[in-house]
Design a protein around this ligand. Structure first.
Ligand code: TXA
Ligand code: MG
Length: 311
């Protein structure tokens, strides 16, 4: 088990923008300060994922979750019944939500969970803020259920690995979305569908089949700016707003003047939102190298630039 001094050291590392792996009752998570764009970008880098998926934000209690997301009555009921525990709730972000837009992958929604594990809860209380934490493994690897798995999979990406012994549930949390008319299970997990169904009665849609087109979750699963995008643009044409990178620098918006893909990822969704807010109709985006997080950035830009179905 982790000592009080290890917990306070870990909280300090989070405050400094470092990554800390910690045990939960489901799997070990790779944690970062959820309000720090750069720290969140480091999580994606450490996972080595070629695309940005929204991350789960961990908090110490339901009250903290209610400040970050807008919980309808039914969602509050689930929170009361099953938190702390292996359940994640997806709701709209509150207007003042300080969580990095990269954690939401640019969406207006946020996934929140109160884990049930002494070490996780002690860390969250010591840190006093929201912590994003996907499973602490490289993309494509198995979810880690011991500290040793984490060390093997992530090598030196985490500043610290808190050891809480083996996770007793061993599969990820159940994800329930409250974005549509009916609560919907997006990912089956540690809290069984039957137990949820019993709590909510008929008011639950179990739709873990992500391939099904036009499910409410799917429609909102990718953020795209309102403006159209022109990619690999070395300079803006008239009436275009430019989103620069490195030396391709025209105007106020540059993902990373030093050409750092981690900084660029940290800025991506916030800057796209900011440019949208200027009323721009076309965003010309600088060429972005595909190394490191550049691959995920290019993936997201390509999707955002693709022709969109009418909504
Ligand atoms: O058990 C768990 O949940 C573990 C431990 C560490 O807490 N965490 C975990 O986190 O699995 P992560 O970030 O890998 O899980 C993300 C899941 C994905 O299925 C993702 O699609 C969904 O949550 N998710 C996150 N934010 C979402 C959002 N805004 N809308 C819809 N789904 C979201
Ligand atoms: Mg995972």
């Amino acid at each position: 088990m982790s000592s009080a001094s290890e917990i306070s050291q870990a909280a300090k590392a989070l405050r400094a923008g470092e990554l800390v792996a910690f045990p939960t009752e489901t799997v070990y998570g790779l944690g970062a300060d959820a309000t720090n764009d750069l720290a969140v970008a480091k999580v994606y880098e450490a996972k080595g994922r070629p695309s940005f998926n929204p991350l789960i934000c961990h908090v110490a209690d339901a009250e903290a979750a209610f400040a970050l997301g807008a919980f309808p009555a039914l969602a509050k009921r689930l929170a009361d019944l099953f938190w702390p525990g292996p359940m994640t709730i997806v709701v709209r972000r509150t207007a003042a939500c300080p969580v990095s837009m990269l954690a939401s992958a640019g969406l207006e929604s946020l996934a929140l969970r109160v884990p049930q594990h002494d070490v996780a809860l002690s860390l969250l209380r010591a840190f006093k803020g929201p912590v994003v934490a996907p499973s602490a493994n490289r993309s494509g690897g198995l979810s880690p259920t011991t500290a040793e798995h984490v060390r093997q999979s992530l090598k030196d990406s985490a500043q610290l690995v808190l050891d809480g012994g083996p996770c007793h549930i061993g599969v990820e949390s159940t994800v329930v979305s409250f974005l549509g008319d009916t609560p919907t299970v997006l990912r089956p997990g540690g809290l069984s569908g039957d137990v949820l169904q019993e709590a909510l009665g008929a008011q639950l849609d179990v739709r873990p089949n992500q391939a099904r087109p036009h499910s409410p979750g799917q429609l909102e699963s990718h953020y795209a700016p309102r403006a159209r995008l022109r990619l690999a643009a070395k300079r803006p044409a008239e009436h275009e707003v430019y989103l620069g990178f490195g030396l391709y620098d025209h105007g106020p918006f540059n993902l990373s003047r030093s050409g750092d893909p981690v900084e660029a990822a940290a800025n991506l969704f916030r800057m796209l939102h900011d440019i949208d807010a200027t009323g721009a109709s076309i965003i010309a985006v600088a060429p972005i190298p595909t190394s490191g997080l550049g691959e995920a950035i290019n993936d997201r830009l390509r999707r955002a630039a693709a022709p969109r179905p009418a909504t």
